[in-house]
Design a protein around this ligand. Structure first.
Ligand code: DGY
Length: 323
């Protein structure tokens, strides 16, 4: 059967598809496809392995209704209209779990970098401002014994909480839609969103993007945070309001922030956040390790193979297609 892959993926995933005898077309150019190009390619395929695409909407599923499955190579699926996929009876899968450790590492990296202002201090070297030893300048803050508030205590949030607890004896509080299965192990206390904001020295976001979390971190939320707290977002940029974040930093309501996701992406190189002290920003590399990307590619390929064989995709997001 014919499969379209929208970006170059790790060989481990591609090989699985080839070994199963499928014919692959891979978009190998170093640029994202336009929506029209995506429709053009996908309209003649049996399967689609999607990397980083938005616009998987009603039009897409209508015009590509011959697809037997769409396998996302991502945990996030905010870019897909799952109701439309279900209406057109096209199963869609994602790659949950396998990227949790790498993404939690990225959150931890940002947390440490913000607490010691690592990115800004590095810039001082590049700009010839290393200067001299000043006992009261360039001071960070320590994390020992502080309170970490996790918004979305799933696998990634729990991985981060585990590290923070083991290394810095941090207390864990969390806010979720429902009780977290990780709460007991982490001795994590459930708090309302407002109470979490008021009580946390660090707030780290690990929820998915959906209508109830879009813009969740707006001016009102930042104003409720402890003065001098740290904000970390490795989930989705649309969960925070970037102007409100900038204002909160300018007013020193927040100590600093670490972002692996921005709104929009890519962030403009002239964004004022990039030159602010105690702000550490990475270009959405949460899951970017060789090991994790291999696992994601393999998981996406396995899901697509199942769909092409007429079987249930193991990580199906819209199981209603099978009813
Ligand atoms: C994910 O898997 O959702 C990552 O953010 C990459 O898109």
């Amino acid at each position: 059967m014919k499969i379209f892959i929208s970006r170059i993926i790790p060989a481990a995933g591609r090989q699985l598809l080839l070994d199963a005898g499928h014919q692959i077309t891979e978009h190998a150019e170093k640029r994202p496809l336009t929506q029209e190009e995506l429709l053009h390619y996908c309209a003649s395929q049996d399967g689609f392995l999607s990397v980083g695409h938005s616009g998987l909407n009603e039009t897409f599923f209508r015009r590509c209704s011959q697809l037997r499955g769409v396998a996302l190579m991502s945990a996030g699926y905010d870019q897909v209209d799952l109701s439309a996929a279900t209406r057109w009876k096209i199963p869609v899968s994602n790659t949950p779990g396998v990227l949790s450790a790498a993404t939690a590492d990225t959150a931890f990296l940002l947390l440490l970098a913000v607490s010691r202002d690592a990115f800004h201090n590095y810039q001082r070297i590049l700009t010839g401002n290393w200067g001299f030893f000043e006992p009261t300048a360039h001071l960070g803050q320590e994390l020992y014994g502080k309170t970490l508030g996790i918004v979305g205590l799933g696998k990634i949030g729990a991985d981060l909480a585990r590290k923070c607890k083991a290394i810095y004896d941090m207390k864990i509080v969390y806010h979720n839609r429902s009780a977290s299965p990780y709460a007991a192990e982490l001795d994590a206390r459930y708090l309302s969103f407002s109470n979490l904001l008021r009580n946390s020295d660090v707030v780290s976001v690990h929820t998915d993007l959906n209508p109830s979390t879009e813009n969740m971190f707006n001016a009102a939320a930042f104003n409720q945070m402890k003065k001098g707290a740290i904000f970390i977002n490795t989930a989705r940029g649309k969960i925070h309001d970037e102007q409100a974040l900038l204002d909160a930093l300018n007013r020193e309501q927040l100590w600093g922030c670490g972002l692996d996701v921005t709104n929009p992406e890519p962030m403009s190189p002239t964004n004022p956040l990039l030159t602010m002290p105690r702000v550490c920003i990475l270009p959405h590399i949460g899951s970017a390790t060789r090991e994790t990307r291999d696992k994601m590619a393999v998981m996406a390929a396995e899901n697509l193979l199942a769909a092409l064989a007429g079987e249930r995709m193991p990580q199906v997001l819209n199981p209603a297609v099978y009813q």
